[in-house]
Design a protein around this ligand. Sequence first.
Ligand code: PLP
Length: 389
Amino acid sequence: MESLLKAGELQYRYSKKLFEEFIGTRKHIKEILYSVETPTLLMDLEGVKSKYVQIKYHLPEVSIYYAVKANDHRDILRVLHSVGSGFEVASCKELQEVLSLGVSPERIISSNPVKPEEFIDYAYNAGVNRFAVDSFTEVDKIARITQRAGVYVRLTVPNEGSEWPLSRKFGVNEETALKILEYARDKGLIPIGVTFHVGSQCNNLRNWFIAVKSSSNLWNKALSKGIKLLVLNMGGGIPVRYTGEVLRIEDIAYYVRGLLRKYFTSLPYELQIEPGRSLVGDQGILVTRVIGKAQRGRENWLYLDTGVFNGLAEVLGGIRYPVFAEGKGELKEWILAGVSCDSLDVIAKSVYLPEPEVGDRIFLLSAGAYTSVYASEFNGFPKLKVKCL
Ligand SMILES: *Cc1c(COP(=O)(O)O)cnc(C)c1O
């Protein structure tokens, strides 16, 4: 019991530290924490901008294409456009949104290896001409629409050590990747490169090591077949801090640049990354409110006005948000539950907080990525509101 409370104390202090760090430099967010409607995701636009600048600083030779699916709020897209970011899109709606901001199609790519035909058609006609593939079927599909598109092939890489592994859904091994590139060439398309994704929230440098090494193998094999590749796309996966420390961007960048020097005798013509989570994740705070409390056996349950179906779906895959509430009482262990009637709708277990009352505010930190975009109106409860400041 003693040690459990001690762990709880540490957990609460860590969340408190993150909370204070976050609002300490963000007076404009602090001011409305207790007045904004709940549930609302507050996003710091200047913060998103500085994340972009920071990644660019550490990877100066790499082009950044923001993965729009992480948070598609128009103000976020606008601010990233203003600092020169490119965009990675998968659907007509994402593409329309980005184009409507005046982003030139050369700064847009589509890395989902399996795309609806209407999307390829729409994107190609809008001027987007680089698409990921990882099957012969996809090459056929693209070749039916255009003969002028560039395709880059997705390699599988291990996703161990990623919180959100992409499992085997996408990617092929080197041998098949080479065949796909040759097949694309034979179909009249332009084989331009290689891509991989180390898994989202990747905290394991080894994944980048295997991925870059494997990309270089494929690069050389392609060359020996007369295919000169130009683009190395290193996907997403850079982690953000949730309930524990993670690899820092400067360390990942330093390591990856070393790998590139070691495995590529001359650097690819274009190096790309597609960060989603790392640009927006820790720039958002989710403001929620307690709507109920109950003691069930030995468990203390706390019910919030949002949940798994209204934006917190990633908890089902293992993401744990730092949870903070101000209060002076003793810490108690809580199970945080969502607003709906569904038994799957549990946000977190073993959360330590001073006892709140109904109506009190609970803050979820690092909630800027993969939250609002996942929200539904299941059970009639509204989606998260997003306010960019
Ligand atoms: C989702 C996605 C990303 C972004 O991944 P993060 O882990 O959020 O950085 C990048 N590329 C592709 C192809 C994706 O599907």
